[in-house]
Design a binder for this molecule. Structure first.
Ligand code: G3H
Ligand code: ZN
Length: 287
């Protein structure tokens, strides 16, 4: 059964580790993430962007697929199905469709409008026992059409949004979606520390988890980050493994063109990436 992400993240914050959110795109992706979480006895959050939701034929299809997998794969670790960077409209659609967690990304609105919409969605989500993430400041780069300017969050605005009753909060601290450029200045731990001091027990979320060095991940966790989002890194490892299979001509040998064979190296690569992240984030054995 899907669970809200609140309990697992409160536990992570108190235990000084982070739970990974891994974005999914299809059945193979979802299966690979769930298998790894179960093998490592780790809680996990499945992230679904609006674009990926459309690609998978709508939120209801995603809910049906994930619920079926939880049952038929005998998944017993805590799993949350979370809308990633959702618009106001998408949040309502996912509440309706049976997601167990949503993110309202109102970071492109003026703070007053972000606050008003977040407040309304907190009530709507909590009425159904669904957890909700909000965003202040913005994450740089682009993810599935969501473009951010990358400005660091104002800690006072973070407090204002945290006080609305959101369950966890994403704050821009110099993090970027996609690959980090060579001249990246790194995370602003000063900003993160100030946010943590004002928001107390609120679990904080680090977006743009692809390629952040381990020492920065560990420091971020020590300053209150309890959820880390990873998307691009799984896509890169899937693409590299699939390319290797095809370039080696494996699809031309015997039944190597069968999608169950052709997609297997990519699925294994996703599993390897998810395992590496879960070990780095400290969530292994925490289910
Ligand atoms: O919301 C999802 C993420 O923040 C993932 O970022 O693609 O850089 O790993 P990433
Ligand atoms: Zn993100």
């Amino acid at each position: 059964m899907l669970v809200s992400a609140k309990e697992m993240l409160d536990k992570a914050k108190a235990g000084h580790y982070a739970v990974g959110q891994f974005n999914i795109n299809n059945l193979e992706w979802t299966k690979a993430v769930l298998q790894t979480a179960q093998e490592l006895n780790s809680p996990v959050i499945l992230g679904v962007s609006e674009g990926a939701g459309k690609y998978m034929c709508g939120y209801k299809t995603v809910v049906g697929m994930v619920n079926g997998m939880l049952e038929e794969m005998n998944i017993t670790v805590p799993v949350a199905l979370h809308l990633d960077h959702g618009s106001y409209e998408a949040c309502y659609k996912c509440i309706e469709a049976g997601f167990s967690s949503i993110m309202f990304d109102g970071s492109h609105y003026a703070i007053e409008e972000n606050v008003a919409k977040t407040k309304e969605l907190v009530a709507a989500a909590h009425e159904k026992g669904i957890s909700i993430e909000a965003e202040v400041g913005s994450i740089g780069g682009e993810e599935d059409g969501v473009i951010g300017m990358g400005e660091c969050a104002d800690p006072n605005e973070c407090k204002m949004v945290a006080d609305l009753g959101v369950d966890f909060l994403a704050a821009g601290i110099g993090n970027i979606h996609g690959k980090y450029p060579a001249n990246w200045k790194g995370l602003s731990f000063e900003t993160l520390d100030a946010i943590q001091q004002l928001t107390g027990d609120m679990p904080l979320v680090l977006h743009g988890g692809t390629g952040i060095p381990e020492d920065m991940i560990k420091k971020a966790i020590s300053l209150g980050v309890s959820k880390i989002n990873v998307n691009t890194e799984c896509q890169l490892s899937f693409a590299a493994a699939t390319r290797k299979y095809i370039e080696a001509g494996k699809d031309l040998e015997g039944k190597g063109f069968d999608p169950r064979k052709l997609l297997a190296p990519g699925a294994q690569a996703i599993k390897d990436t998810v395992k590496e992240k879960m070990e780095m984030f400290g969530s292994v054995g925490k289910a």
